[in-house]
Each structure stands twice: as structure tokens, then as C-alpha cells.
Design a binder for this molecule. Structure first.
Ligand SMILES: [Fe+2]
Length: 188
């Protein structure tokens, strides 16, 4: 357990979703995540579904592509009626980054548009801090899955000059996305 655990920042903009206006690409993604959850949260299936989804031109509405100043914008795309997962688009303006964090819940993401930068950290139990390990460029089409816990700590963001978009699936209900996904950690 981290010795320092802060409350997760909440992006100012969270848009509501309308379940009767899902694009075909989003419907396909929802169906796959739904099946993956019923199958025990199969991470390969979730990452594959995200990879197919981000390749579909019509995945996002115009509203789900809107950035905001100050902090990355998070737009709700779908919330599972059973509360098992929530899908959001995140629009990263140039220079906008998440804080370094682990996760309280399982989560997955794929890059939709323009590259993201991801720094990975290793948790040092003795000092209870996250140690920077390496930084990677994540190009459109890249996807990954993370379990809850301290063995997968990262920081995501946009070091480019144009807005970047990623699609995220969190293993929590909509109301808990802002408070029960990111697990803040202290960095060495
Ligand atoms: Fe994360």
C-alpha cells in the first residue's frame, strides 16, 4: 500500500452518454467488453476489441473529440447498465498529462488519434515510492490492459503539438470513474 495516497483529480468536463445514439463501432466495442466481462474480464479480448474500435472512422461523435484548456477532457461514451465498466474518450491537449498513478480497478486503453507518451514506473516497497523506469511513445492503434494494484504504474500524456485522443475502459460504474480508478502514488 502506498504511504501517500491522494484523491484523484477530476477533469472538469464529463459529458453524458445517450444509450440510443451509439455509433456502430461503439456498439461493437460495448458488445465485446460485455462478453469479456461475462468471461472473467479477459484482457486480451478487451485489448483486441479496443484495437478494432479505434480503427473505425465513425467511433467518436464530434462532442467526444473536444479538448479543454487546463486539463485533459474526459467524455463519457458508454456506461454499462450493470455497472461493470465505463468507456470514455480522453482528449489530451498539447502538454496535458495525467499524474503518475496506479489503479484501484482494472482498466484498458487504446490510442485513437495522434501519439501519446507513456512513462512507466516500478513500485519500490521500501521507500513506498514509484521509480521512473522508461518512457515510450504510444502510436495510434496501440492498446494495453492494467490490473488494479501497484505493479502497473504509469503517467500518460501528450508531448506533441496537436490534440491526441485515447479510448479508455474502466472496470467501475460511471459514478466511480473520477474517484475509484486512478490510485495516486508518490514518485521518487
Ligand atoms: Fe491509468
Amino acid at each position: 500500500m502506498p504511504q501517500v495516497e491522494l484523491s484523484a483529480p477530476r477533469p472538469a468536463r464529463e459529458r453524458g452518454e445517450s444509450s440510443n445514439s451509439l455509433t456502430p463501432a461503439l456498439t461493437a466495442l460495448v458488445d465485446e467488453i460485455d462478453a469479456a466481462c461475462a468471461d472473467g474480464v479477459t484482457k486480451d479480448r478487451i485489448v483486441a476489441a479496443l484495437g478494432r474500435a479505434v480503427a473505425q472512422p465513425e467511433l467518436l461523435t464530434a462532442e467526444q473529440r473536444v479538448p479543454q484548456s487546463g486539463c485533459y477532457a474526459r467524455h463519457l461514451m458508454y456506461s454499462d447498465p450493470a455497472g461493470r465498466f465505463t468507456i470514455v474518450s480522453i482528449v489530451w491537449g498539447p502538454g496535458q498529462f495525467s499524474p503518475p498513478h496506479a489503479h484501484h480497478a482494472w482498466c484498458a486503453y487504446a490510442v485513437r488519434e495522434n501519439a501519446l507518451e507513456e512513462t512507466l514506473y516500478a513500485w519500490d516497497r521500501e521507500s513506498a515510492t514509484a521509480q521512473p523506469a522508461r518512457t515510450e511513445v504510444r502510436s495510434p492503434g496501440y492498446g494495453c490492459f492494467a490490473h488494479s494494484g501497484l505493479d502497473q504504474i504509469h503517467r500518460l500524456g501528450n508531448s506533441g503539438s496537436r490534440p491526441a485522443i485515447s479510448i479508455h475502459v474502466y472496470g467501475v460504474e460511471r459514478e466511480r470513474v473520477g474517484t475509484h480508478v486512478n490510485r495516486m502514488v508518490q514518485v521518487a
